[in-house]
Design a protein around this ligand. Structure first.
Ligand code: INI
Length: 151
């Protein structure tokens, strides 16, 4: 039987390219539940695009009762001239949120050359879904940071 995990997880997901980000969200939530997080402890917040993820991730991660934040988005080069700006801003903002709050803020934002790659990395199979992978990383990092407190 799966051990119940008493963690509260924030998930920030962008609506831009939602045909991909919804697949990431499904994989992420399914994996958290499979690993023992209760559905009612998963707080999902939607934002317009990957650019808007960091500010919400930072706010969520600063809350006392949130153990980790997972960021899900899809920046696809073929569709934007400012791919590099959006991708870089989103990813570095997410890292900054982790460093300033000291909480796991996990990067589940796809940055791909085209839609095909994004589709492959958000597979509905158990493997190859970046949202699912981000869920595993969040749980591992909660434990890692907790164990550091005991040193
Ligand atoms: N946002 C994305 O999440 N993915 C993209 O591929 C993308 N493109 O193509 O531009 C994108 N742009 C919107 C951006 O994230 C902001 O929402 C917008 O600039 C308003 O701040």
């Amino acid at each position: 039987m799966t051990k119940r995990l008493n963690y509260r997880i924030g998930v920030v997901v962008s609506r831009f390219n939602d045909f991909i980000t919804q697949r990431l969200l499904c994989g992420c939530v399914d994996e958290l539940i499979r690993r023992g997080v209760s559905k009612s402890s998963i707080l999902v917040v939607q934002v317009p695009g990957a650019w808007e993820i960091p500010v919400v991730a930072q706010q969520l991660a600063s809350k006392k009762n949130i153990n980790a934040v997972i960021c899900l988005g899809a920046v696809i080069r073929g569709e934007t001239a400012h791919f590099d700006i959006v991708a870089q801003g989103s990813c570095s903002g997410i890292q900054q949120a982790a460093l300033t709050t000291g909480k796991p803020v996990v990067l589940g934002v796809l940055t791909t050359e085209n839609t095909k790659q994004a589709y492959e990395r958000s597979s509905d199979k158990k493997r190859n879904n970046k949202g699912r992978e981000a869920a595993c990383v969040a749980l591992e990092m909660i434990d890692t940071l907790l164990s550091l407190k005991k040193i």
